[in-house]
Design a protein around this ligand. Structure first.
Ligand code: SF4
Length: 116
């Protein structure tokens, strides 16, 4: 049985979590301060995911902050960044607007700040 030490990134508390892994599956999770930490740890040892944050170029060359609306598998992040880097937003968009649907799996790309 493999033991892994993680720091939960689901909130600023940053609980230190110990996960026991057997055959690629979390069989024990301790140290989490809440159920979100348990879920984070279980996913992290099987298929780690991260929210991707970046910027996209708008038609007027202004850079618009964006992020995926759900975490993306780490193995997909490079492909997502490639799409973000080649994308040009052809209109003004406000915070929360989806500008690319399905940028990866079930993740969409959303605007995170209002830029004039
Ligand atoms: S386990 Fe819960 S309380 Fe601890 S860092 Fe994660 S989300 Fe925050």
């Amino acid at each position: 049985m493999e033991k892994r030490e993680l720091t939960c990134i689901e909130c600023p508390v940053g609980c230190r979590i110990t996960v026991e892994v057997e055959n690629g599956v979390a069989v024990s999770v301790t140290g989490n301060g809440c159920p979100r930490g348990k879920l984070y740890a279980e996913n992290e040892v099987v298929s780690p995911k991260r929210v991707v944050t970046s910027t996209v170029r708008r038609y007027d060359d202004k850079m618009i902050p964006v992020k995926t609306d759900v975490p993306v598998r780490k193995s997909e992040i490079f492909a997502v960044m490639k799409k973000i880097n080649s994308f040009v937003l052809d209109r003004k968009a406000k915070i929360g607007d989806v500008i690319v649907y399905g940028i990866s799996d079930d993740a969409n790309l959303v605007v995170t700040a209002n830029i004039d």
